[in-house]
Design a protein around this ligand. Structure first.
Ligand SMILES: [Ca+2]
Length: 176
């Protein structure tokens, strides 16, 4: 069958070469679109890189915080195992005469520690923890119905240049 030049009556519209070129142009990216895409990708990459760099910079902090917390817990545990007040002589509110850390016998003795680098229970400095400092303060502080004369609040603060101070508080009450 012969198709006439004007074949619209068959439902087919012929596409001329100029129209084909126009269609091809529409499906491609324009220079402006490419530039906008590059700008968007650059902004996204910059934001991602800044997030990654802050994560890398702060990645050591949790380890230091955990170490500081562990130091505070170790001091607190040691202090809480002592008596409320000196069992042999009148309580002075700090270490009594002749007492050193290895033979501290009440919680109030620990007021004599003040601020110092981390030390073990025999008062030997722990070289590996030299960047941390510990401060211990023990003072009477009412705890609900327990008066301040029968409740000692123990504050253990651990500091390190890279983190916010870690403060651990506990109470030692006078009980029989
Ligand atoms: Ca004592």
């Amino acid at each position: 069958m012969c198709i006439p030049a004007d074949n619209t009556r068959f439902g087919v519209t012929p596409i001329f070469t100029s129209e084909k070129v126009a269609l091809r142009r529409q499906s491609a990216f324009t220079l402006i679109e490419i530039i906008i895409t590059i700008i968007v990708i650059s902004i996204s990459a910059t934001a991602l890189l800044s997030v990654f760099s802050s994560m890398i910079r702060g990645s050591a902090d949790p380890l230091i915080q955990q170490q500081a917390t562990t130091i505070a817990e170790a001091y607190m545990e040691e202090i809480m195992l002592r008596a409320f007040e000196d069992p042999q002589v009148a309580e002075s509110g700090a270490a009594e005469a002749g007492e050193t850390r290895p033979n501290y016998d009440d919680v109030q003795d620990y007021n004599s520690l003040g601020t110092n680098q981390v030390r073990d229970q025999n008062n030997n400095p722990v070289a590996a923890l030299s960047a941390y400092e510990v401060t211990v303060v023990v003072a009477g502080d009412a705890l609900n119905t327990v008066p301040a004369t029968a409740a000692m609040r123990v504050d253990v603060t651990v500091t390190h240049p890279a983190i916010t101070d870690i403060l651990l508080s506990g109470y030692r009450t006078r009980y029989p």
